[in-house]
Design a protein around this ligand. Structure first.
Ligand SMILES: *Cc1c(COP(=O)(O)O)cnc(C)c1O
Length: 471
C-alpha cells in the first residue's frame, strides 16, 4: 500500500517512511491511497479475535512494507494485560440508560492516547533499528499527550525524548506521572511560561533545518499516521462488543479536539464497518460543532480559545480535520491547498454545499457541551449508575443523550479516567475518594526528575546538544 499527501505534491511513500513523519513535505497530511474494504465474511471471522489478533488483521492491510511476523511481534508486545490492565484491552460497559462506554483509558497514563502511543513506541523502535537511524523526539504538553509519549518511548533504543511542560501549570497528578520517570532517555523540562511558550520552543527548534538534521529531530503529535491507524482497531473491537451480528449498526460518540480519534472512526466506517453515525462532541471550543452543523469552518484565534475543564479538547483548529475534508472534496489536492491557505490566514472556509454529504454519506453529526453540562452529566451518572466519568467522557455522554434517536445504540469513547481530573470531579460530586488504578496509587510521593528552564529555546537546544550525539 502506498501513501499520498492530501496536497498532492509529495511522491508516494511506504508505511515505514510515513510512520516517522509529521507533516508531508508539501505541507499536507499523509493518507493511504485507498481504504481497504472489509466484507461481511471477514467481519464474521474477526468478531471473536483477541485485541492483538484483530489489530494485526487490520494493520497488516496498511503496514504492507513490514514483514508480517515482525508486525505481529510489535503488536503482541504492545497490547498486553500488563500494559492495559484488562484482557480485552478496550472493553465496553453499559450505563443504565443504554449508552455504552468504550473503555480506552486503561493504559499506563489513564487516557486513550496510550492505545496508539504504546504501539508507536514499539513501531518506532523497530523501524529505526531497520533503518540504522536514531530519533530525538521533542514535544510540548499541557498533560495528556506528553505523558502518553513518555510512557510509550521510555527505555526505547535509539530514541531520546525532550518534553516541555509549563512550570507549575499542570496538576500534581500529571506532574507526578511525567516527572517520576527515571529512564535515562526521558528528559522533562519545565518551562517558566505557558503551554504556548513550550510549543513555540518546539517550533523554533524544528524550523532550524541544520539543527533538526544534525540531531534527527522528530515529533509524535496527533497528525502522526501511525496513531490514527492504531485507533482504527478499537472501533472494530467496540462494534463487535456491542453487537451480535453485522446487520446491527451502532453509532460512536467521540469527545473531540484535534479530530484524531474520530478520524479513525471515520476510516473504520469507510472500510465497511457498520457504523451508523459518527457523533463529534466538542466543549466550548466548538469549531468542529459549527462545521458539522453548518458546513462553515472557522479556526479560533488564541484569545478566543478557552481554557476549559475538559482541557484536552481545548483547540483553536483541528489538526487532523484535513484528512476528512480531503475525501469530502474528492481528493483534490489543489482545492485542499486553497482551503488550508484560508484556514491558516484565519478566514476559514464554507462547504455548506457539501453538508448533505457530510451528514448522510459520511454519517457525521455533532453537539457541544459546556462546563455546566459536564458537571451535571458527571453528577447524574454518578447518582444513577455509581459510575464516575472523566470530564471529557462526560462531554461525550451529554452530547450522545442530546442527539440519540429511538433505538439507536450509541457507544461513547471514554477518553480518560476521572483520577486524572480530580478537581472537576470534586466540583461535580463533592469530596469522594476517586478510584485509581494500582500503578498510580502513590505516584505523588515518588522521586521526580525535571529541570526548570527560563522561557528560552537556547537552553533546550543546549540540553539536547549535551545529551544527543550529533550526526
Ligand atoms: C486528546 C484527547 C481528546 C481529543 O482527542 P482528538 O483525537 O484530539 O480529537 C479528548 N479527550 C482526552 C482525554 C484526550 O486526551
Amino acid at each position: 500500500m502506498q501513501y499520498l499527501s492530501t496536497r498532492g505534491k509529495t511522491a508516494p511513500m511506504q508505511f515505514s517512511d510515513v510512520l516517522l513523519m509529521g507533516l508531508a513535505p508539501d505541507g499536507g497530511l499523509m493518507l493511504p491511497e485507498s481504504y481497504p474494504q472489509i466484507d461481511d465474511a471477514t467481519l464474521n471471522k474477526w468478531r471473536s479475535l483477541s485485541y492483538a489478533d484483530l489489530a494485526f488483521e487490520i494493520m497488516q492491510r496498511f503496514a504492507t512494507d513490514i514483514p508480517k511476523a515482525d508486525l505481529k511481534d510489535i503488536i503482541d508486545r504492545t497490547y498486553t494485560v500488563q500494559a492495559f490492565g484488562k484482557a480485552d484491552i478496550t472493553p465496553v460497559r453499559t450505563l443504565k440508560d443504554g449508552i455504552k462506554i468504550l473503555e480506552l483509558s486503561n493504559g499506563p497514563t489513564l487516557a486513550f492516547k496510550d492505545v496508539a502511543m504504546q504501539f508507536l513506541g514499539n513501531a518506532f523502535e523497530y523501524v529505526l533499528k531497520q533503518k540504522g537511524e536514531r530519533l530525538t523526539i521533542i514535544g510540548a504538553t499541557s498533560g495528556d499527550t506528553g505523558s502518553a509519549a513518555e510512557y510509550a518511548l521510555r527505555g526505547k533504543e535509539n530514541i531520546e525524548v525532550f518534553m516541555m511542560s509549563p512550570h507549575g501549570k499542570m496538576s500534581e497528578f500529571q506532574r507526578a506521572q511525567m516527572y517520576s520517570l527515571m529512564d535515562k532517555n526521558i528528559h522533562n523540562i519545565a518551562i517558566e511560561g505557558m503551554f504556548d511558550d513550550c510549543q513555540d520552543i518546539v517550533k523554533a527548534l524544528q524550523q532550524d533545518a541544520e539543527f533538526k538534521a544534525k540531531y534527527s529531530l522528530g515529533t509524535v503529535n496527533s497528525i502522526n499516521w501511525g496513531r490514527i491507524l492504531a485507533q482504527i482497531v478499537y472501533y472494530f473491537k467496540g462494534y463487535f462488543a456491542s453487537t451480535e451480528n453485522n446487520s446491527q449498526k451502532v453509532s460512536f460518540c467521540v469527545p473531540s479536539g484535534n479530530f484524531g480519534n474520530v478520524c479513525a472512526g471515520h476510516i473504520a466506517r469507510e472500510m465497511g464497518l457498520p457504523i451508523d453515525r459518527l457523533i463529534v462532541a466538542t466543549n466550548e471550543n466548538d469549531v468542529l460543532n459549527d462545521f458539522f452543523q453548518t458546513g462553515k469552518y472557522t479556526p479560533r484565534t488564541a484569545d478566543k480559545t478557552y481554557v476549559t475543564s475538559s482541557p484536552s479538547m481545548d483547540i483553536s483548529k483541528a489538526s487532523n480535520f484535513e484528512r476528512f475534508i480531503f475525501l469530502l472534496t474528492e481528493k483534490n489536492g489543489e482545492k485542499l491547498s486553497e482551503l488550508w491557505t484560508d484556514v491558516n490566514s484565519g478566514k476559514g472556509f464554507d462547504l455548506a454545499d457539501l453538508l448533505g454529504d457530510v451528514q448522510q454519506k459520511y454519517g457525521f453529526t455533532s453537539g457541544k457541551s459546556t462546563h455546566a453540562d459536564r458537571l451535571a452529566t458527571i453528577k447524574a451518572v454518578y447518582e444513577s449508575d455509581n459510575d464516575l466519568l472523566d470530564p471529557h467522557t462526560a462531554d461525550g455522554v451529554k452530547v450522545a443523550r442530546d442527539v440519540r434517536k429511538d433505538g439507536e445504540v450509541i457507544v461513547c469513547a471514554e477518553t480518560a479516567l476521572p483520577a486524572k481530573f480530580a478537581e472537576t470531579i470534586t466540583e461535580a460530586v463533592g469530596q469522594i475518594t476517586i478510584p485509581r488504578p494500582a500503578h498510580t496509587q502513590n505516584i505523588e510521593s515518588l522521586e521526580q526528575k525535571v529541570v526548570v528552564f527560563a522561557n528560552d529555546a537556547k537552553l533546550v537546544r543546549g540540553l539536547i546538544e549535551q545529551n544527543v550525539e550529533a550526526k
